[in-house]
Design a protein around this ligand. Structure first.
Ligand code: GDP
Ligand code: MG
Length: 314
């Protein structure tokens, strides 16, 4: 923990949870707020599995965003743990961003989430995300629809695009004023609370999600086996190093292993190459990545395996 503390007496800090259905853009918003990639995103629902904190430090406030997996109907033990971890977070934060798919009218599951939050007394900010996809002519009506859904003037509505960043600054400015006066909760220079190992394994999982189809994405977990610094030694007297990462991709079935490896290993090479490029950005240096694929039947229903892979039980 940094001993360096803000100089302003009216400095504010607090935890802000992003709640909403899968795929509305919660993780993309966190990355946009922070200005760095701390959460992985993909068009596949249920991309986010860990409760990840992204930290934004401004001259006025420190906002610790808690990215949640999203609230949906669970189908297996992994799903149950994801929903439970989203609900638990509601009681632990200073403000909530309730994120909706702004490019669509409210859906059936949406009032469930609204009512869940009405039972709490913390400030709630409504984000109508993906506003870049809403036609100008439809914007007024869309806001009205969500006003009706929410049924309360206490909750401010913000129209945002996590892709272009439109609306994000105003939102941050507003949330900041609602946080309690307080010191830095994290050292001001860090942007994520996750250990490097988790961030790296998530970058691999992201590429699996982006490159494979159907049953594979949800059956995959990634475990980092080793991270090592190895000398590059391109020429004499060169002491620069690169980071070697050895990781195992877990799947549930033989057919999935086949898809992941691909014809002549092409799929695994693509995943490895893309993940390596992302890792180099994160680490800010050269990376060597080696991937193994292992079949662990039914890992999503095994408590021991889930805990080992970092999916919390409570
Ligand atoms: P999460 O499940 O709520 O965390 O959703 P993600 O952040 O993983 O995003 C789901 C998909 O929506 C991804 O393909 C994103 O690129 C896309 N997306 C997120 N925000 C926006 C946005 O503001 N505009 C558009 N057009 N797409 C978005
Ligand atoms: Mg997410």
């Amino acid at each position: 923990m940094s001993s360096f503390q803000p100089t302003r007496e009216d400095y504010r800090s607090g935890f802000v949870a992003l709640i909403g259905r899968p795929n509305v853009g919660k993780s993309t918003l966190v990355n946009k707020f922070i200005g760095e990639k701390v959460a992985i995103t993909s068009p596949v629902a249920q991309t986010t599995r860990n409760r990840l904190r992204g930290i934004l430090t401004t001259p006025k406030a420190q906002l610790v965003f808690v990215d949640t997996p999203g609230i949906h109907k669970p189908h297996h033990l992994l799903g149950e743990r994801l929903v439970a971890s989203s609900k638990k977070v509601i009681g632990e934060v200073d403000a909530i961003l309730l994120v909706f798919e702004g490019c669509e009218s409210p859906g059936r599951g949406d009032s469930f989430i609204v009512n869940l939050l009405k039972a709490q007394s913390i400030p709630v900010f409504i984000v109508l995300n993906k506003w870049d996809l809403v036609q100008k002519n439809d914007q007024k009506e869309r806001v009205k629809e969500y006003k009706t859904l929410v049924g309360s003037d206490d909750w401010l509505i913000f129209c945002c695009s996590a892709i272009s960043g439109d609306g994000c600054d105003g939102l941050i400015e507003n949330i900041s004023t609602f946080l309690p006066v307080g010191p830095y909760l994290y050292p001001p220079e860090i942007t994520s609370d996750q250990p490097e190992e988790i961030l790296l394994s998530e970058l691999i999982r992201e590429q699996v999600l982006l490159n494979t189809r159907e049953e594979v994405p949800h059956s995959v977990a990634v475990k980092i086996d080793r991270i090592e610094q190895i000398p590059l030694k391109k020429k004499k007297g060169d002491f620069s190093k690169r980071t070697a990462v050895l990781a195992t991709v877990l799947v549930e079935r033989k057919s999935q292993k086949g898809i992941l490896i691909g014809k002549g290993g092409t799929m695994l090479r693509t995943i490895g190459k893309e993940a390596r490029l992302q890792m180099q950005k994160l680490i800010n240096g050269p990376v060597y990545l080696e991937l193994f694929v292992k079949i662990v039947p039914d890992w999503r229903s095994k408590p021991g395996r889930l805990s080992e892979l970092g999916y919390e039980g409570k």
